[in-house]
Ligand binder design. Structure first.
Ligand code: NDP
Length: 321
């Protein structure tokens, strides 16, 4: 018989959303289990400096912040499982999730906090220069390019918003897009075109992020014109890839309603999915804000709603006896 772990609150994912749900859930006596997934700690473990998470006067490191969050969750009574869920059954309570080694987890409530990942271009230099000039989050890293030249790659809402945001720090922002028109909403386009700090390079793809300098960092991008094939180079101290995010929701396909982008749909303003007792929090349901602090906030909301759900379910069960 396979090993089975039961809990009042099963949490899948261990970024700020999952761990905040765990902290609140544990303190409410729900003895949560967190199944950590392939990237324990989530996206913050692959960033370096974090300056916008409240509570720290000095810059902290993303991996350190997540270690602290995990330790806090464990300290108040969360069980952490180093496992990856490969199968899910939300058709009845308790909800069941199966790990890749066959361990079964049963939860009276389920909190989905599997997060999302920025899409990358997959071109030369991109990975090597991550944290050294190449980033996928202007809100996180824009501050480090004060007075420097930056490029943003993409043509959707995210790219345009990031370009606009970066003008708070840099007077020289170039948006690089592979076509001759943007996908972003008109109002954002209007703001972009009206901003004298932003230049747009049309019909260009990035072939390579170029390293140089001492200490080594990004010095520019090699470009190819999609119409003529002509090659060019654009100098840049910072390169922001803004070509979309992919939520980690493959596991829930067919089990829960999602939007066109694969984000789990929730009741507006809440972490409630269409299945009572199943909640979604953090980047897996939020394609707009996508910040560690907002993920933590919705994780807290999920735990509070899970607690209320169980209280009502327990009351109904007692009344029926
Ligand atoms: P989108 O999918 O809307 O846009 C991605 C952009 O990146 C497109 O312009 C696309 O080009 C380009 N792109 C994709 N792959 C590549 C590649 N390999 N090389 C070069 N360019 C590439 O993603 P967003 O993150 O911008 O937005 C995702 C969702 O979130 C959307 O629904 C958006 O509206 C929403 N959003 C809403 C916000 C708001 O309401 N304030 C803020 C941010 C996002 P192409 O156009 O040629 O396909």
């Amino acid at each position: 018989m396979s090993e089975t772990h039961k809990t009042r609150m099963l949490i899948i994912g261990s970024g700020p959303a999952g761990l905040s749900a765990a902290i609140y859930g544990a303190r409410a006596g729900m003895e949560p289990i967190v199944v950590q997934g392939l990237q324990p700690g989530g996206q913050l473990t692959i960033t370096t400096d974090v300056e916008n998470y409240p509570g720290f006067r000095d810059v902290v490191q993303g991996p350190w912040l997540m270690e602290e969050m995990q330790a806090q969750a464990e300290h108040v009574g969360t069980r952490m499982m180093y496992d990856t869920i490969v199968d899910i059954d939300v058709s009845q309570r308790p909800f069941r999730a199966t790990g890749d080694g066959g361990i079964v987890y049963e939860g009276d409530t389920l909190v989905i906090a599997t997060g999302a990942q920025a899409k990358w271009l997959g071109v030369a230099g991109e990975q090597e220069l991550g944290g050294k000039g190449v980033s996928a989050c202007a809100t996180c890293d824009g501050f480090f390019y004060r007075g420097k030249k930056v490029v943003v790659i993409g043509g959707g809402n995210t790219a345009v918003e990031e370009a606009l945001y970066l003008t708070n720090h840099s007077d020289d922002v170039t948006l690089i897009h592979r076509r001759d028109s943007l996908r972003a909403e008109k109002i954002l386009q209007d703001r972009l075109f009206a901003n004298p700090k932003i230049t747009v390079l049309w019909n260009k793809t990035v072939e390579k992020f170029v390293a140089g300098g001492d200490p080594e960092g990004l010095v520019g991008v090699d470009l190819v014109d999609t119409q003529t094939g002509e090659k060019s180079h654009e100098a840049a101290d910072g390169g922001f890839v803004a070509i979309g995010h992919a939520p980690a929701t493959a596991l829930f396909k067919g089990h829960l309603p999602m939007d066109d982008g694969g984000y789990v749909l929730v009741e507006p303003g809440t972490p409630k999915t269409s299945i009572p007792g199943v909640f979604a929090c953090g980047d897996v349901m939020d394609h707009v804000y996508r910040q560690a602090v907002t993920a933590a906030g919705t994780g807290c909301m999920a735990a509070l709603d899970a607690e209320r759900f169980l209280a009502e379910a327990d009351f109904a069960a007692e009344a029926a006896e």
